[in-house]
Design a protein. Structure first.
Length: 256
């Protein structure tokens, strides 16, 4: 009950309680996401060697006949496939992770925005897996073709399995997360942090940022950089179009 004698103190206490409630909710959502990842991880561990053979295929198919990956550390043949299972579990459990993030921000949205939950979740999941598939089937083969072609004559390219996993894992997560750009823009507009008009104004900065991000993530060749930069620019435009569609019903529901 609010005290008329100490309104400022009551308001501060109410704000603190609201912050604590949000932190508790965030912890609950994070724990559920972690449990989902651990369950999938436990199911994938028995197939760890098969997963690594599949992951190594883009590089091995472009190496000279008889070439292979190597394990420098004694524990690498065991630890690296297990580490791969964790990356795979995070990828497979991504729909649950995305849902938990959505469930955390959903209470602050309007009713019509909550009805967008299913389309947004489906879009986010599809875009994430699309980014991973794009990295595996398009970017990695072209990147490895370039890297193998740049190997000096007389030098055998024998990549350590641990370094290879780190490289491919970063590429998967980076491309999967980058492809979430349209969903991120829509959520920002739904939260009222930006408007579609501001997104259009920010377009030159977005193009520059996409180019810088692509240069950081991809291998050091122009083709790989463009393979990420161009889709990101297209996805930004898709996000602007989707944000405009979301902003119209929001303005109707909350007129000035």
């Amino acid at each position: 009950m609010t005290s008329p004698e100490h309104p400022a103190a009551d308001a501060a206490a109410s704000t603190e309680q609201g912050l604590v409630a949000h932190l508790v909710e965030l912890r609950s959502r994070l724990l559920r996401a972690i449990v989902a990842v651990l369950v999938v991880f436990a199911a994938l561990v028995p197939f760890s060697k098969n997963l690594y053979s599949w992951l190594a295929a883009p590089l091995l198919s472009r190496l000279p006949p008889g070439s292979h990956l190597v394990a420098i550390d004694v524990s690498s043949p065991f630890l690296v496939p297990v580490k791969l299972c964790f990356f795979a579990a995070l990828t497979v459990a991504m729909p649950v992770v995305i849902y938990q993030l959505w469930a955390f921000v959903a209470p602050g949205l309007y009713r019509h925005e909550k009805r967008l939950a299913v389309p947004l979740l489906v879009s986010a999941t599809t875009l994430f897996y699309g980014g991973c598939a794009f990295a595996y089937f398009v970017v990695l083969p072209m990147a490895f073709r370039f890297l193998v072609s740049m190997t000096p004559e007389g030098v055998s390219m024998m990549t350590d399995i641990s370094h290879y996993l780190d490289f491919v894992g970063v590429m998967f997560i980076a491309f999967g997360a980058s492809f979430e750009l349209p969903v991120a823009l829509v959520i920002l507009v739904m939260l009222g942090w930006v408007s579609p008009a501001q997104l259009v104004t920010f377009r030159p900065y977005a193009i520059f940022g996409n180019a810088v991000l692509s240069a950081i993530i991809t291998p050091p060749d122009a083709v790989s950089m463009l393979l990420l930069a161009i889709p990101l620019c297209l996805l930004y435009e898709l996000g602007v179009v989707a944000a405009r569609a979301v902003a119209k019903p929001r303005a109707q529901e909350n007129p000035a």
